[in-house]
Write a protein that binds this ligand. Structure first.
Ligand SMILES: Cc1ncc(COP(=O)(O)O)c(C=O)c1O
Length: 496
C-alpha cells in the first residue's frame, strides 16, 4: 500500500509555498490541482542531462496529453522541450506558444483534415498511422502544393504484459500504427511518393513502463525496421520511441510489501480484513495459469528501479542479441535523432491535488475516506486503478497511521479515487484538508467531466519566485447548468 517516502520533496514545496497556496485556495476553492514548476524543471533537466552526456542528437518532446493546457505548453517551450501532440487543438496551442515545428510530433490514429492541414502548413512531423491517412495526407499535401514530413508508427511487437493491457500501445491489439509485417510494403509506397518525405520511425509502447525490457525489445524492433527502410532506399533520420517512462509512486520496499500482501490475499491466505485492494481486485496480477503456483504481476507497476530518465540511461547500455549495446546500434545506423515523448514522468511527480474530506465510513470492516471530488477530477483511475500516496493535513503529533480506501462523491459505484488502500497519517474528520501526491499527469484532465453536475476545479502552477499561474480556471455552476433565466430553444420557431 502506498506510503509517503516518495513525497518528501513535494511536502517541502507545500511547506515553503504555504501562504501562496492558502491564497490560491481562497480564490479558487477546493479541490485544487497544483503543479510545482521547480519539480517539473528538475524532471526535465533529468532527461536533458542524460541525453547531453550519452546521446546528443535528440529531442525531448513533452506529451501534451498528460497536461493539456496553455500553461503547460508555455512552460515546455521555456524549458526547451518539443511537443508530442494528439489533436489539432494541442497542435495549434503548441504552434501558438512558439514550439519549433521540427520539434512537434503529431500523433493520433484518426487525424482530421484540419489536423493534417495545420501540420502540413507548419511543417510539423506527422506520425503516420494507417493506410487511409497516408492517402489522405498525400492528397492534402498535393492540394497545398507542399510535402509532408512523416515518421511511420508501428505496432505488432511482442510487448504486452508490460503495463495494463488497455495502456499497451505497440503490441498486436492496439488501434495505433501500422503492423510491423506491413513495413516493407509501406516503405516502398512512401519511397515512390512525390509528397511524403520519410523522416524515420516511431512507436509508443504504453504508459508507466516499469520494466526496461520493454524498451530493449522496442529498440530491437526499430533497428530491424531501420534495416528494412534502408533496403527500400529510405534514410532513417529520426527514431521516436514515444513516452511511457515510469514514475515511482512509492518506494521499492513499500511496493514489495504491497505486492506480497496482495499476493497473499489472491492465494486465499489471510483473513478478508487484510484485503489491500477493493473487492480483492488483482490489480496487475494475472490469475495463475493452469500448472502455475502463483499469479504473476503482468500489469501496470507503481514502482520502477529505473524511473523517468534513469530508464533511458539504463536502456542505452543494454545489449541486444548480437552483443552490441543500444547506443552502439544507434551509432551503427548513422546516429539518427532520438525523439522521446515523456508525459507522466515530467508532470506526475510535480503535481498534487488538494481536496477536502467529505466523510469516513466503514465497508466490510475497511475504512473508506470519501473525498469532496470524484474520479471525474482524477480520471486515470477510469482506465486502470492508479495508486497515489495521500495524507491528511496538517500533520499532527497525535497522528496514527491507518490504511484506508479513498472514494469520490459521484453517483456510481466505480468512483474510487484509490482502489488500493492508502496509508494515511490519520483518518480525517469531515472538512479536513487532504493532499493526493503525484497527480500532475493525466489526473486533472484525462476524462475530466461534469459527471453528477460537478464543475471542474482549477489547475494552478506554483513558481519558484513565489508567484502562481492559472493553468485552468475553475468552472462555475453556470458553466455547467447555465442560468435559470436562459432560453434553451435553438433554431427558428416552427411557425416562422
Ligand atoms: C504517442 C505517445 N507519446 C507519448 C505519450 C506519453 O506517455 P507517458 O505519459 O506515459 O510518458 C503517449 C501517451 O499516451 C502517447 O500516446
Amino acid at each position: 500500500m502506498p506510503q509517503r517516502s516518495t513525497t518528501t520533496r513535494l511536502d517541502a514545496l507545500l511547506g515553503s509555498h504555504q501562504p501562496l497556496i492558502e491564497r490560491l485556495i481562497e480564490r479558487y476553492g477546493l479541490p485544487l490541482h497544483a503543479i510545482f514548476l521547480e519539480e517539473l524543471e528538475e524532471n526535465t533537466r533529468g532527461f536533458f542531462d542524460v541525453l547531453a552526456t550519452r546521446y546528443t542528437n535528440s529531442t525531448v518532446a513533452f506529451a501534451v496529453k498528460s497536461n493539456p493546457c496553455r500553461g503547460a505548453i508555455r512552460t515546455a517551450k521555456r524549458l526547451g522541450l518539443g511537443a508530442d501532440v494528439a489533436s489539432e487543438y494541442e497542435l495549434r496551442a503548441a504552434l501558438e506558444e512558439g514550439i519549433a515545428p521540427s520539434a512537434i510530433i503529431c500523433n493520433g490514429n484518426a487525424k482530421s483534415n484540419e489536423y493534417l492541414d495545420t501540420a502540413l502548413d507548419a511543417g510539423a512531423l506527422l506520425a503516420l498511422d494507417n493506410e487511409v491517412e497516408l492517402e489522405q495526407l498525400e492528397d492534402r499535401a498535393k492540394r497545398a502544393g507542399t510535402g509532408a514530413d512523416v515518421l511511420t508508427r508501428f505496432r505488432g511487437m511482442p510487448l504486452s504484459g508490460l503495463t495494463a493491457e488497455d495502456q499497451t500501445t505497440a503490441a498486436d491489439w492496439t488501434k495505433f500504427g501500422f503492423h510491423i509485417d506491413e513495413a516493407e510494403r509501406l516503405f516502398a509506397r512512401i519511397a515512390s511518393s512525390d509528397r511524403l518525405r520519410f523522416r524515420g520511425l516511431s512507436a509508443h509502447i504504453g504508459t508507466q513502463i516499469a520494466d526496461p525490457n520493454g524498451y530493449v525489445l522496442l529498440f530491437d524492433h526499430l533497428f530491424r525496421l531501420a534495416e528494412i527502410a534502408g533496403g527500400c532506399g529510405l534514410d532513417v533520420e529520426s527514431i521516436d520511441i514515444g513516452g511511457g517512462f515510469p514514475i515511482a509512486f512509492f518506494a521499492g520496499d513499500e511496493w514489495a510489501d504491497f505486492a506480497s500482501r496482495l499476493l497473499a490475499r489472491l492465494r486465499g491466505e489471510g483473513p478478508a480484513s487484510e484485503a489491500t485492494t477493493w473487492n480483492d481486485l488483482p490489480m496487475g496480477y494475472a490469475r495463475a495459469a493452469r500448472g502455475q503456483a502463483s499469479p504473476r504481476w503482468v500489469g501496470k507497476a507503481y514502482w520502477s528501479e529505473y524511473p523517468a530518465e534513469r530508464m533511458l540511461d539504463h536502456v542505452f547500455s543494454r545489449r541486444l542479441g548480437n552483443g552490441a549495446t543500444i547506443l552502439d546500434r544507434l551509432t551503427d545506423i548513422g546516429s539518427p535523432r532520438l525523439i522521446v515523448e515523456p508525459g507522466r514522468s515530467l508532470m506526475a511527480p510535480a503535481g498534487i491535488t488538494l481536496v477536502r474530506a467529505a466523510g469516513v465510513k466503514t465497508v466490510l470492516g475497511h475504512p473508506v475516506v470519501s473525498l469532496d471530488m470524484g474520479i471525474n477530477n482524477h480520471g486515470t483511475n477510469l482506465i486502470s486503478p492508479d495508486m497515489f500516496p495521500a495524507a491528511v493535513l496538517p500533520e499532527r503529533e497525535d497522528d496514527h497511521p491507518v490504511d484506508a480506501f479513498l472514494a469520490g462523491r459521484l453517483c456510481f459505484s466505480g468512483d474510487m479515487v484509490s482502489k488500493a488502500k492508502v496509508r494515511l497519517n490519520r483518518l480525517p474528520s469531515p472538512g479536513d484538508r487532504c493532499v493526493i501526491y503525484h497527480t500532475g499527469a493525466y489526473s486533472a484532465d484525462h476524462f475530466a467531466s461534469n459527471s453528477c453536475g460537478f464543475p471542474r476545479p482549477a489547475k494552478v502552477a506554483i513558481r519558484a519566485d513565489g508567484m502562481a499561474e492559472l493553468w485552468r480556471a475553475p468552472e462555475t455552476f453556470a458553466d455547467v447548468f447555465g442560468d435559470a433565466a436562459d432560453d434553451l430553444t435553438i433554431g427558428d420557431s416552427p411557425g416562422a
